[in-house]
Design a protein around this ligand. Structure first.
Ligand SMILES: Nc1ncnc2c1ncn2[C@@H]1O[C@H](COP(=O)(O)OP(=O)(O)O)[C@@H](O)[C@H]1O
Ligand SMILES: [Mg+2]
Length: 368
């Protein structure tokens, strides 16, 4: 689906804003530091995923002095002949938490996310993808697999429940029989998740290799996947039985898909240790672009790209990579920048058939 417009109320410094954009094309938001550029992207992201990409403390998103924020959006189907818009909404109250709606009915966020996949590309996200802990790369993997196979979400939730319950059983010193039963259920879910993840990584590798062929700076990086348990002669149930004693001592689950990891290695060590900051950013961008391309290949839908701080934080190579790879003719791209007129940004504008420009100042969004 496409984002037609979003109405934002009391979201951080955005008291009241309406942002609309072309079905295929670019929206460029320029404004000084602290004006609300990232906040606008955060609002669009929160509409689909129910949370921010900047903070896990969601009440922070509610404007100071207010009790709630509200986001309402109109989404249009991919089919250009079908103009029936979907309205989706999210409201977060300081006391009552978050409510998602689609066409006025209560809805799960996974449903809204399914309709409008969003790929945020920001310097912070890029840095964390390469330098953060394994959970950051799992998040990347989960985003990718979920958007191409929606049943993945249910499995992931099931896994989280099993891990919680098995950990509780370990802490309560339950019998070996009971723990073996948990291991059996865990193994079934683990293999189902693993197969989806493995298949996704295999596909992603091919697409990443195409970008790498054009980018000598990251050509040596290999993309591999660790499922969360050793890939040797022993199957997962055997390995789970072997570590049971250790798990009892430590009181938590030591192996399983909750320990999966994406490995990004150079011939001399990890990308985190071996690549310069600029190359790390480029690798992260190539990974994000590969995900977007794979989504399109599998589902015929591009993600909505949110590119934050295009001018100030991305180096020229990174900007060039985005400009070359992202063609706004068939997708929606939102770019925030300190200053609108720059050579590389102008290049992407030249490729776009429709451009909407905004200026933002102290939370006031104005269409140019
Ligand atoms: N809950 C809130 N209520 C009101 N203002 C907020 C809240 N949270 C953050 N802000 C302010 O919103 C502004 C938006 O910042 P940000 O979106 O990061 O700006 P930019 O990306 O343009 O540099 C900041 O000045 C910040 O102080
Ligand atoms: Mg910002």
């Amino acid at each position: 689906m496409f984002l037609q417009y979003i109405k934002i109320s009391h979201f951080r410094n955005l008291k009241s804003a309406i942002f609309s954009m072309p079905r295929h094309g670019l929206a460029i938001i320029s404004g000084p530091n602290g004006s609300g550029k990232t906040t606008l992207l955060e609002a669009i992201y929160a509409l689909t995923y129910g949370k921010s990409f900047r903070t896990s403390d969601s009440p922070q998103l509610i404007q100071h002095g207010q009790d709630s924020f509200a986001l309402f959006a109109s989404l249009l189907p991919n089919d250009a002949n079908n103009l029936q818009a979907f309205t989706v909404g999210v409201q977060r109250d300081r006391n009552r938490g978050v409510i998602a709606q689609c066409l006025g009915e209560p809805e799960k966020f996974s449903e809204i996310a399914r309709m409008l996949p969003i790929r945020i590309i920001s310097p912070t996200e890029a840095y964390v993808l390469i330098n953060g802990g394994p959970e950051q790369r799992r998040k990347f993997l989960d985003w990718g697999v979920f958007h191409v196979k929606h049943s993945y979400w249910g499995l992931l939730k099931k896994l989280n429940r099993i891990i919680k319950q098995k950990s509780a059983a370990l802490k309560m010193r339950c019998s070996d029989e009971e723990l073996e039963q948990w291991n059996q259920i865990l193994s079934e879910v683990s293999y189902a998740l693993h197969n989806m993840r493995q298949q996704y990584i295999n596909q992603l590798k091919h697409i990443l290799a195409e970008y790498q062929a054009l980018l000598p700076a990251i050509r040596d990086v290999s993309l591999d996947y660790f499922p969360g348990w050793a890939r040797g002669n022993d199957d997962l149930p055997t390995q789970l039985s072997t570590v049971l004693k250790q798990e009892r001592q430590q009181g938590h689950c030591l192996i399983g898909p909750h320990r999966a990891e994406i490995l990004l290695n150079t011939p001399f060590g990890t990308s985190k240790d071996q690549l310069s900051r600029g190359r790390q950013k480029m690798l992260a961008i190539a990974l994000y672009l590969s995900q977007g391309k794979l989504l399109y290949q599998e589902k015929g839908q591009h993600p909505l790209y949110l590119i934050d701080d295009f001018s100030s934080e991305l180096d020229l190579d990174g900007q060039q990579l985005l400009v070359d790879a992202l063609d706004p003719k068939d997708k929606q791209i939102i770019i925030t920048t300190l200053e609108a007129g720059q050579i590389v940004l102008d290049k992407i504008c030249m490729k776009a058939e429709a451009i909407k420009r905004y200026t933002i100042l102290d939370g006031n969004l104005v269409s140019d």
